[in-house]
Design a protein around this ligand. Structure first.
Ligand SMILES: O=C(O)CCC(=O)C(=O)O
Length: 306
């Protein structure tokens, strides 16, 4: 669903907004099929927790980076309505998708309780500007129904949280507990928030509870103090080439792929990138390079040829 401007305004003023029904039921069902190719279904996990102990060694040890086996899961990180919202929130189409994570939580083994914190601690080398220049849009997409028993994210609205100094990024446990709001909702609900809003993961209080989320974060490209994951580092993973091939030109660009018409493309790179990604439709890059060539661009007869 298209995220209304009013919701993005709430992210600016309150520091967060919850979008119920962001995904359609069909998108949720397809994503859950993909999710359970990565992680055990709750019934399977709880039948033998020891068999998957590595997922709950610490509260973070279940986190997996892309690519995932399922396209329907991969595509959620660059869902067109999420990219559209990030463009409007950041005020630019020149975006980077700087983090994607898939995070399962299963109750019983590990305490998921966290102190209130602001995410800029590991999303930025510096601190967010109070006037909100150089915004970052961080998101949690619920892939399972989340109730109070499932360790919902707790958020503190800016009206309270901004009274705390920006640094340190973490508050003592229990502080501002009375101002926390729980992000509960059905699968397909999206939480949008900023890297300077106080929030935390909370403990799972129920028995045999689980929670699954996809995290996808955006900022304007070209501001090297902001970021988290380096995509080239993951690009030798066997699932990477199929994911890039299936993605569109715009989606590849969000990961840092040079767009059609970029001076990177010449006769050599067009050929060799095509070899690296045999299933990729190279025609948009070829067509733009041909246009450049007619104007004596880099991909012209002599340039870059070998
Ligand atoms: O899991 C959650 O609900 C929040 C996690 C979180 O805020 C974090 O790990 O930084």
């Amino acid at each position: 669903m298209r995220i209304p401007d009013a919701a993005l305004d709430r992210v600016r003023t309150d520091g967060f907004a919850v979008i119920e029904g962001f995904l359609t039921d069909e998108e949720v069902a397809l994503a859950q099929d993909g999710l359970f190719r990565e992680f055990p279904r709750p019934d399977d996990y709880f039948a033998d927790p020891a068999a998957n102990a590595e997922l709950v060694d610490t509260q973070f040890s279940g986190i997996r980076l892309p690519p995932y086996h399922s396209w329907d899961l991969n595509r959620l990180a660059f869902h067109p309505d999420l990219v559209d919202a990030a463009e409007r929130f950041c005020g630019s189409t020149d975006l980077q998708l700087y983090k994607v994570e898939l995070w399962p939580k299963y109750s019983g083994a590990v305490d998921y309780d966290q102190p209130l914190h602001r995410d800029y601690g590991n999303h930025s080398l510096v601190v967010p500007r109070a006037d909100r220049r150089w915004p970052q849009l961080t998101t949690f997409l619920l892939l399972s129904d989340v109730t109070e028993a499932d360790g919902p994210t707790r958020v503190v609205p800016r009206s309270v949280g901004d009274q705390e100094p920006l640094w340190p990024a973490k508050l003592p446990p229990g502080r501002l507990a009375e101002a926390e709001l729980s992000v509960t909702g059905s699968a397909g609900t999206l939480l949008l928030y900023t890297t300077d809003v106080l929030h935390r993961g909370s403990a799972m209080v129920g028995d045999r509870r689980s929670r699954f989320m996809l995290l996808a974060d955006y900022s304007v490209r070209g501001n090297p103090w902001m970021g988290m994951i380096s995509w080239p580092r993951l690009a030798n993973h066997p699932g990477w080439a199929p994911m890039m091939a299936r993605a569109g030109v715009r989606e590849r660009e969000l990961f840092g792929f040079p767009p059609p018409g970029h001076v990177y493309w010449n006769r050599q790179t067009l050929r060799d990138v095509g070899l690296r990604y045999p299933e990729m439709d190279m025609s948009p890059y070829l067509a733009a390079a041909r246009d450049e060539a007619t104007g004596d661009g880099d991909a012209g007869a002599g340039a870059g040829a070998r």
